[in-house]
Design a binder for this molecule. Sequence first.
Ligand code: ATP
Length: 246
Amino acid sequence: MTGPEIPESHPRYESLLTRHRIEAGVDRGLTSRQGLIAQGRGEAFDYLLGEETIPSADDAERVAAAHLLRADHPVLSVNGNVAALAPGEIVALAQATGADVEVNLFNRTDERIGRIETHLREHGAETVKGSTADGRIPGLDHERAKVDADGIGAADVVLVPLEDGDRAEALAAMGKTELVVDLNPMSRSARSAAVPIVDNLIRAVPNMIEHAVELADADDGTLDAIVDSFDPEDALAAAEERIRDV
Ligand code: ATP
């Protein structure tokens, strides 16, 4: 998927690779055209963050892994950008943490849900939720509110990468522990999260897998201590500081 036209020696290789994956996602009908705009916003913030995982984001990724491991019913929410950028990594994170994977689209069509589901299966997912849509997130209009009742509807911990602010806020209002990956530390999604991860999804998910593998045998006390030590305000402030300092 690297795209033959991007030499690895290019100084902005990773950024161009990400862009290429989103373009390919749009071409394949996985990603909506609005996904291109979200990508552009993300790139701008990533540039300001130095296009690397800053220490506070690494910490948040470890905390997120601990949340997923100790959850009763963790779910990883997948939209069109996530499906284009890191499908195999999301499946691996689900396997490493015992989480469900659910397709959850802002611009929902059954066709696109089906395509993303197939794409995730091609990347190793056994079960993909999201097509039943028999649950609702209160406070949102009908189409935006749809989730699987036994998926996100029943989840205690949800990873929502690149989520739209309204839905992130509505999910948090349902009492779910929300882990948000968003390069913009000022977005409503990041601000409504129990764990805001201000990092590029393509770096964040592999790093969360590493932390989950490292914590796989940790006892509940250890996981609780990791989770309790985290302050979302500090994480957001550290990211903002990094952006202002660059
Ligand atoms: P708000 O949460 O303030 O309502 P929004 O809903 O308008 O924001 P979108 O335009 O939907 O946000 O954009 C989604 C968010 O995803 C943006 O904040 C953008 O920075 C972020 N984003 C885009 N690409 C990535 C990526 N690869 N990794 C992490 N975050 C990303």
